[in-house]
Design a binder for this molecule. Structure first.
Ligand code: MN
Length: 439
């Protein structure tokens, strides 16, 4: 299994791209992959974030700065999507990371040539549009945040919040890929059919209970042929990277439509992802043991069980949700943090989610996106949805302007952030996942 740290993680590494040194998200130890378009006349293409710049992989390739497997990786990333790169699997991606790290180091061998290429090689991020990194064939959303599952279950079934299957089988549903958008895309408030418990009959109109879901997204790398499962031992090698995912949800549409077939229009009107793909290599220092199951929890079936996955297959990644209202922005008030959680609170590892998804022979494809499900922590200040934070809309939040919030109002902007930190390593971030609600 992958996951070892190497020279690309060394804390002493510094880049000649000055803004990378001390950058909260994109120091030289991160090197996330993405697709960008220079705002003046540029076609979409693959790149790597470094500080406030984006390294253009096509230019690095044609300039002769990459060779061998890394050149193969860059060649697969010069087009408008990273699906071809994802399909190559881990080895070319690792080689690319190593060579780009060497290229961007202050004392790298090719610094002179790279610097000469200047603005052709490195674009200024604010002058670029960040796009979806892949053409998403299929999107599946899991429900692996156990605290979220308990909290939401309790709203409906106070005495028996978790259904009996939860600790045996990773619960998920097939979502919609066409409505996934990169950070910064405005969210139009969805309309839909709903019926409150005290209403005689349903009505159709704009959702009044618009919510967020704080999730991590998993980008599938190499796929598997239809009919050929992915074993738990190999599952990690089928992951190309990770992002933040805001799975916007309409809590008034959801309870009326979800039985008996599950989530539908309450979920598929849009989901927002952070545009940079944080690779498994970048996250290697932040892998941790999966939280041991509580005494009395069932042991997972063999196809979901791997000792080294249990020992090293979880991630210590801190998550935040920030909210800013139109009035807050008008008054120059910073977004307010309304939650702080961590990826470590997932009940299943990302490898278990991948192995389960393919366990029936379902063919995952490069660029498919899996959502983990809402990641709430065990405490009141670590909840990943407004449904939980406001206890179903009964306990409103108060913003610094004294405005109250149960669910999202028009003009609200939601920002998700993620940061991995560990003693002895340079911390890295995922970049923002933002969305502004409009009528
Ligand atoms: Mn979700």
């Amino acid at each position: 299994m992958s996951g070892a740290t190497d020279k690309t993680h060394e804390t002493a590494l510094r880049s000649w791209v000055e803004s990378a040194n001390g950058h909260p998200d994109f120091p030289i130890q991160n090197l996330p992959l993405g697709v960008f378009a220079p705002s003046v006349g540029g076609a979409p293409r693959g790149g790597i974030a470094i500080g406030d710049r984006i390294l253009d992989l096509g230019v690095a390739l044609s300039g002769g700065l990459l060779y061998g497997l890394a050149a193969d990786a860059a060649r697969a990333a010069i087009g408008p999507t990273l699906n071809p790169l994802f399909a190559l699997g881990a080895a070319p991606r690792r080689a690319l990371r190593e060579q780009v790290s060497a290229l961007l180091q202050v004392d790298g061998e090719q610094v002179g040539r790279a610097r000469e290429m200047g603005g052709r090689l490195l674009h200024s991020s604010p002058d670029c549009n960040l796009l979806l990194p892949a053409s998403i064939g299929d999107y599946t959303d899991f429900y692996a945040g156990i605290h979220h599952a308990v909290n939401v279950g309790r709203l409906f079934r106070p005495d028996n919040p978790l259904l009996p299957n939860y600790k045996h089988v990773p619960i998920g549903y097939h979502g919609r890929a066409s409505s996934i958008r990169p950070s910064g895309t405005q969210l139009k408030r969805p309309a839909g059919q709903s019926k409150a418990a005290d209403e005689e009959s349903p009505t159709f109109g704009p959702s009044k209970r618009l919510d967020i879901e704080l999730e991590m997204g998993i980008w599938i790398g190499r796929g598997n042929p239809l009919g050929t499962p992915i074993s738990i031992d190999e599952a990690q090698d089928h992951i190309a990277g990770f992002c933040l995912l805001n799975d916007w949800s309409a809590r008034d549409i959801q309870p009326w439509e979800y039985q008996p077939l599950g989530p539908f229009l309450a979920k598929n009107f849009m989901s927002t992802v952070s545009p940079w793909v944080i690779t498994p290599e970048a996250l290697a220092p932040f892998r941790i043991a999966q939280t041991p199951r509580a005494a009395g929890d069932p042991h997972p079936l063999a196809y979901l069980w791997n000792e080294s996955d249990q020992a090293r297959g979880a991630y210590d990644v801190a998550l935040e949700v920030l909210l800013s209202s139109e009035a807050m922005r008008r008054q120059g008030i910073e977004p307010q943090r309304i939650s702080a959680s961590n990826v470590r609170h997932l009940y299943w590892t990302t490898a278990q989610l991948v192995a389960h998804h393919a366990s029936n022979g379902c063919n995952l494809q490069p660029g498919d996106l899996l959502g983990t499900g809402t990641i709430s922590g065990p405490t009141r200040d670590s909840l990943g949805s407004l449904l939980e934070i406001t206890e179903g809309g009964r306990k409103p939040l108060t913003l610094p302007t004294t405005e109250k919030r149960t669910f999202l109002e028009d003009g609200d902007e939601v920002i998700l952030r993620a940061r991995a930190a560990r003693e002895g390593f340079v911390s890295i971030g995922f970049g923002d996942c933002r969305g502004l609600v409009v009528p």
